[in-house]
Design a protein around this ligand. Sequence first.
Ligand SMILES: Nc1nc2c(ncn2[C@@H]2O[C@H](COP(=O)(O)OP(=O)(O)OP(=O)(O)O)[C@@H](O)[C@H]2O)c(=O)[nH]1
Length: 470
Amino acid sequence: MTIHQSPEAFGYDAFLRTHQSKEVLRFITCGSVDDGKSTLIGRLLHDTKQIFDDQVTALQRDSRKHGTQGAEVDLALLVDGLQAEREQGITIDVAYRFFSTDRRSFIVADTPGHEQYTRNMATGASTADVAVILVDARHGLTRQTRRHALLVSLLGIHRVALAINKMDLVGWSQDKFDAILSGFQAFAAPLNFSEVRAIPLSAKNGDNVVLPGTAATWYDGVPLLRYLEEVPVKSEERAAAFRMPVQWVNRPNSDFRGFSGLIASGSVAPGDAVTVAPSGKTSTVARIFTADGDLERASEGQSVTLVLADEVDASRGAVIATSDAPLTLTDSLDVRLFWAAETDLAPGASLWAKVGTQTVNAVVKAVHRRIDPETGQAGPADKLAVNDIGDVTLTLDRQIAVDPYVENRDTGSLILIDRETTDTAALGLVQTVVAATKASAPAPAASESKPQEAARSGGLLAGIKRLFGG
Ligand SMILES: Nc1nc2c(ncn2[C@@H]2O[C@H](COP(=O)(O)OP(=O)(O)OP(=O)(O)O)[C@@H](O)[C@H]2O)c(=O)[nH]1
């Protein structure tokens, strides 16, 4: 089995190339501090044999030195690799872990349970197919569990694995398990999950994570990993329309002109009719060019260069889309925001908005409502504070090409960037899109501008967008 577990050691592209033939499932883990997320991911890596022997030796040594398990191996150390977080005892950032089994490859977004969770969770969840929500069986559902479930549902993840962990500490009590599950179902009823799968487990002991546990004689379901291997991934549920943001124009000589980018969604084949946003120019795909030769079809997640049949002007910032479902051009956006900046957001605020490779100036026209994280109910509001979720209208200085988030997570999400600090201030999900009635100057094919640089180098969201094709 191929061995890899860290994005630093093994890049996303390389990971996908190696496992091209396998389906990829992206999932996010969420839970409060100490529910056992790191131990669970460590257990998944360990029991699927994703770690080298020398890592095991290092782990045994580290466990004695830094671990919380006495003489035993502390699996959380496999995941909590950073020195600082060992010292502080918390996980700091969103970290991506890669592992694979014979059936599937997995990309796990591990987000911390401390107070930055809104931003971090929004980051990880915006690309996930499934959310694994951890609950400590001793404590049951907490405020955090409810908040995480709400965020997951707002971000459009329809499947939840409710991992009821530390069952060993409650004597594998079926009553406890049933009570937690029914409490969750009651809270989640309005959240539109298509599936909630509860699994009793012990990440520490390895019961029902990769291998079936024997302690819960009453449980007749599968271990978590088996669920993750079998759950349908998004692409099986709905074929998204083809979208490829142009990252650069490949023009090595006057005979060749191709548009290079990462396919954000859908697939494309030579002969397909395409429309380029924002210019609205149409053409057909003549060739799909890659370093390994031409392709008959290319799909989501692949980096390709498209050669079009006609001389079409498109540059960085443009999006090539299928002509039967083009993007909408607009300069006014209704957006659900996950506001992450320390300063409040109020009407009149001016920020950069970045959708894929397009960057424009955005002014907050109105703040409409705030969603109560406890209940999921929306109430009127005129500003948003740090970690708030709310709905706003943005006025853009130029038209951009977007989709509603429900139709396409890539072309339907944006980040807002603080103009002063160049920090990522929010993740936004496009709610409704009304096409602009009159033509205004479309977003230019900006040369590398300040916000783009910022979004390239700074901010978690930007990093993830980069990794996952924004
Ligand atoms: N008994 C028992 N202890 C567990 C289990 N899972 C995790 N733990 C322990 O719970 C503590 C917290 O586990 P972590 O994996 O560090 O928790 P976390 O959710 O990643 O916490 P942060 O990284 O701080 O967000 C550690 O001491 C683990 O060994 C379990 O199934 N049973």
